[in-house]
Design a binder for this molecule. Structure first.
Ligand code: BGC
Length: 372
């Protein structure tokens, strides 16, 4: 539901949305440090994702909410430390050439108290652990917070990813478990690149090798028609891929793949500023995601196109509800309108607020200097 005309969205209004978004995130952050994905949406209630949370922590850090980001990283760190034995078993089995089943890998989301919870989920996803490494290292550098506080958990996450980075798993959208997704590889690369300088000699050598293997794999099998592709061997594009340009920085801005990927996402998935996840998306009818609009905005900003970046921010601002909340998606332009109702029947109306949407709005506002 778009309730604001974009021409009404001047800088003060954009800044107010950013500051209200930060207040929303702070008010909903659990005392454990976990960021709920969405406080009221039936399927997400009670859980925090490594993926969403890491992007949220990055936005909070960028905005200056240092303690909030610290607390989320503490929560992640505790989850990893308390699974030291599980991680050791995963690493050992992988080294022995007999990897554990997906069901024994780390979960993608946890309850606020740090348990797996009892609801079934599409749980084996590697990207969140890479994104967490990236976010905690960015936070440490940006805010001069010593990494020591999280270092033992950083080593565990690094070992986990080194052992399993090339396994097929569910993607950002918790789909296609049988594929190796390019966004997932990019998140892992961003995390490993973020941490490499701080590792001991042996780990560092292995990380350098894996980073070049990921780069080679993406460039040989993860590219189609000049853009990054959805998974290895696919010719489709997916909007999550623009995050590899910015904020993750896994693909350099001057790389030919940057221009090609932005152009493909912009041409195929961006409708008036609202970005679809991918062309065959049927989730809630396949609407437009404010968080992806902001990610495309960040990619535009990285290439110096401030005007297009601001357009993206304005579109995201136009999706704020009367109550000041940003949804997961809006249904102004659906790819498969006939598939919307089945999801409403299953899970209720679209997740609102979605903290990740608020976070990406904040992150882009900060990037454009319009956050205050
Ligand atoms: C999305 C995930 C997200 C989760 C929680 C799912 O519908 O596909 O990317 O992590 O919601 O927000």
């Amino acid at each position: 539901m778009t309730i604001v005309r974009r021409s009404e969205l001047g800088m003060p209004r954009l800044a107010a949305i950013a500051s209200e978004s930060v207040a929303t995130i702070l008010s909903l952050q659990n005392e454990s440090g976990a960021y709920p994905a969405s406080p009221t949406f039936s399927a997400y209630e009670g859980y925090s994702w490594f993926r969403d949370g890491s992007f949220i922590a990055d936005a909070m850090s960028a905005y200056g909410e240092i303690e909030s980001a610290d607390r989320f990283h503490d929560w992640c760190s505790e989850i990893l430390l308390s699974r030291r034995e599980q991680i050791a078993a995963i690493v050992e089995a992988s080294q022995a050439g007999n990897p554990v089943a997906s069901s024994r890998m780390l979960s993608t989301r946890f309850t606020f108290s740090g348990d797996e919870g009892s609801d079934d989920w599409w749980d084996f996803q590697l990207d969140g652990y890479g994104t967490w490494l990236w976010a905690v290292c960015e936070h440490s550098r940006r805010r001069a917070v010593p990494l020591d506080r999280w270092y033992p958990a950083i080593e565990l996450a690094t070992d986990y990813l080194l052992s399993s980075w090339d396994r097929p798993c569910f993607d950002w959208w918790e789909e296609r478990e049988d594929e190796v997704h390019v966004s997932t590889l990019g998140c892992i690369a961003a995390g490993l690149a973020g941490v490499v300088a701080d590792l001991d000699g042996q780990r560092q050598t292995r990380v350098v090798t894996v980073l070049s293997e990921i780069d080679m794999l993406i460039r040989t099998r993860g590219v189609a028609n000049g853009h990054l592709s959805k998974w290895l061997g696919s010719t489709d594009v997916d909007a999550s891929l623009v995050a590899l340009i910015s904020p993750l920085g896994a693909i350099p801005v001057d790389d030919v793949l940057t221009a090609g990927t932005i152009a493909a996402v912009d041409r195929q998935l961006n409708v008036g500023g609202g970005v679809h996840r991918y062309l065959l998306d049927t989730f809630f009818g396949g609407g437009q995601w404010p968080l992806l609009s902001c990610m495309l905005g960040l990619a535009f900003a990285a290439t110096g196109d401030r005007s297009r970046a601001l357009d993206q921010l304005r579109w995201a601002a136009s999706t704020v509800t009367e109550g000041g909340q940003l949804p997961e998606q809006v249904d102004d332009h659906l790819l498969f309108p006939e598939r919307q109702q089945e999801w409403i029947d299953r899970w209720g109306t679209v997740a609102t607020p979605l903290l990740w949407s608020h976070a990406m709005f904040v992150r882009l506002a900060v990037e454009l200097g319009v956050e205050r």
